[in-house]
Design a protein around this ligand. Structure first.
Ligand SMILES: Cc1cc2nc3c(=O)[nH]c(=O)nc-3n(C[C@H](O)[C@H](O)[C@H](O)COP(=O)(O)O)c2cc1C
Length: 586
């Protein structure tokens, strides 16, 4: 083939209507100016017998039926001549809109022998290879290759024109895609395959080849158009991703992979265990299934802003399991870009730190209790012991000191006992622990017997059975709430009402303990809500902390609010247990 290097020649169109014609195309058609062509129809520029096939060809491109199509047509120039050309169309983005680009390769005459591609440069800037072969010649040799193809394969043009394109195949080329191309050529149908090819220097690359027949107006295949795209990086990326998934299978951290929109494509077994969602349930949903409502919209907006900008995002947040259980995670989201720098996936790695949070709080509180309460109690005991050493101390004062010492030791004993009690039933890390049923009404009866002067109720119409993952642990928390309400009561009788709130489809169940006492001081509430001890809050008792630890370790949340007309309401928000007859499978 002798290519006369002429200027590029192409048009951009929407349907058949031209939105752009480059100067080379204007020259080819003998148009006065670009304006003369813009707005006109491509159909009007070709011979009548080519119009239907050209329209069908463009429609197929717009329907994304094929990535690229070629066709031989007869153009009618403004100087009343006819110009045969091979047109190659594909979708492009033009001014931000999807359009069809049709490159025009003028050919002289009808016969294969005399067919010459005049314009070689129109496609030379394309990042992909474009080849045209001539099936009327023996072994369907290449008669045109663009610079993209030469760059891609490393072969100079003169070495390959006149040869069948199979010279790119080699040792590791699989037979199946080759056979597919052979069959498509026999059937005169387009096909796209992905196969290993080799450059002139022997290096392998993954080639996505589309071959498509080019027909003239009578439907006869005059040429074959080939599109070659180097997809090595894409393949490596796919391979890396599948390797990553293989490794993720065995990881002990929960891993999920979403597409660029946040739709889950993959979760590992550790994710299934942590969240209660099986892979089948999670895939296809968005990662918002884990949303606990503990973070505000602004938090998520910042997250998305950062990850869509390609930055790794790291934070500690509260998520929710399928059963409605809250858990703290240290989460890292890593944007994954493809070979072209476009973000295609996000990989999220979640480390459950629920236990860490609890441990930190426990240590803080124990530290305070030990340092403050112990020191105070011991100082008091010391002081009174000193007084008792004075043999001249009068009996009344002696008795008072003994009582004070007893008081202090009783309070120390209470802390020791409480800690031991919690320790014996507390296993917050065991997700496999069976769910048990707890009957709140029978507990209420026990409390009533324990505190006959108080009025402890649970509304009669209420279904008082709840499912809790560690009933002994929750009983301690509920005991604390009731005992505190009664011991701090300043009204007679002390009123304590326990209600259970279930909302249909809600992921949490609420157990409210309402009293008519003096209310819980604001400072204590704030300390509990913030979850951190502050130097100011050292007077805070251990009871509220016990309730808070227990609720958190059960995957729930503790809130405190005012009761009307007086008193406070302590609410345990707990995860809803699995259906009785459908125990969790995780
Ligand atoms: C226009 C055109 C371009 C082609 N491009 C490639 C290519 O890039 N890589 C490749 O391995 N085969 C390519 N082929 C396929 C081979 O030329 C050949 O058709 C295939 O190996 C099957 O035929 P065979 O069994 O005779 O080898 C192309 C074919 C045509 C018609």
């Amino acid at each position: 083939m002798s290519a006369e290097t002429g200027p590029d020649s192409f048009v951009i169109h929407s349907g058949m209507e031209l939105v752009y014609a480059n100067p080379a195309f204007c020259t080819l058609l003998g148009a006065q100016s670009q304006e003369q062509l813009i707005g006109s129809s491509l159909t009007d520029l070709v011979a009548a017998d080519c119009r239907t096939t050209l329209s069908e060809h463009v429609a197929r491109i717009e329907d994304e039926d094929a990535p690229a199509l070629g066709l031989t047509v007869e153009f009618q120039t403004f100087t009343n001549q006819s110009q045969r050309a091979i047109v190659v169309s594909s979708l492009v983005e033009w001014d931000g809109t999807e359009r069809v680009q049709t490159s025009v390769f003028p050919i002289a005459g009808k016969g294969a022998e005399s067919r010459r591609l005049l314009n070689d440069r129109a496609v030379d800037d394309a990042p992909i290879g474009i080849t045209i072969s001539d099936p009327s010649q023996s072994d369907n040799p290449l008669i045109h290759v663009n610079d993209g193809f030469c760059d891609l394969t490393g072969y100079p043009r003169d070495e390959i024109l006149g040869q069948n394109c199979r010279f790119l195949q080699g040792e590791a080329t699989r037979e199946e895609p080759v056979a597919q191309m052979r069959a498509a050529i026999d059937a005169e149908e387009p096909v796209t395959v992905e196969l290993r090819n080799y450059r002139k220097d022997g290096t392998m690359f993954w080639n996505r080849v589309t071959i498509t027949p080019i027909r003239d107006e009578s439907g006869t295949v005059t040429n074959w158009l080939g599109y070659q795209q180097d997809i090595t990086a894409e393949k490596r990326y796919e391979h890396d991703l599948s390797l990553f998934k293989q490794q993720a299978e065995g990881a002990n951290k929960a891993i999920l992979i979403t597409d660029a929109e946040g739709t889950i494509e993959y979760v590992n077994p550790a994710f299934e265990e942590l969240t209660g969602y099986s892979a089948a349930e999670a895939v296809g949903q968005t990662s918002s299934i884990l949303k606990s409502g503990q973070q505000d919209e602004e938090f998520y907006a910042e997250l998305w802003e950062q990850i869509t900008a390609g930055e790794v995002w790291e934070a500690e947040l509260t998520n929710q399991t399928k059963q409605g259980e809250l858990f703290e995670v240290e989460q890292k989201i890593i944007p994954v870009a493809d070979a072209y720098g476009e973000i295609t996936h996000f990989v999220a790695i979640e480390q459950d730190v629920t236990e860490n949070v609890l441990t930190t709080q426990t240590l803080d509180v124990l530290n305070r209790v030990l340092r403050h309460n112990l020191r105070n109690s011991l100082n008091a005991i010391d002081g009174h012991a000193e007084l008792l050493e004075d043999e001249e101390l009068d009996p009344e004062a002696r008795q008072a000191s003994v009582a004070a010492i007893r008081n202090q030791t009783a309070s120390l004993k209470k802390i020791a006992e409480k800690t031991a009690e919690i320790r014996s039933v507390w296993d917050p890390t065991d997700p496999h622990r069976a769910w048990d049923r707890l009957d709140i009404r029978s507990l209420v009866e026990t409390y009533q017997r324990q505190y006959p002067d108080a009025n402890i109720t649970c509304p009669a119409e209420e279904n008082a059975s709840i499912d809790v993952q560690n009933t002994e642990l929750f009983e301690i928390a509920l005991d604390e709430a009731v005992t505190n309400a009664i011991e701090h009561a300043d009204q007679s009788p002390a009123e304590v009402t326990i209600t259970i709130q279930r909302e249909p489809d809600a992921s949490q169940l609420r157990i409210r303990v309402a009293d008519n006492g003096p209310g819980i001081p604001e400072l204590e509430r704030q300390t509990i809500e913030s979850g951190e001890e502050t130097p100011l809050s050292h007077s805070l008792g251990i009871d509220l902390w016990v309730m808070k630890w227990i609720t958190t370790s059960l995957g729930g949340e503790l809130t405190i609010e005012d009761n009307e007309p007086r008193g406070s309401i302590v609410t345990f928000h707990l995860p809803v247990g699995p259906e009785r007859d459908a125990r969790p499978s995780y």
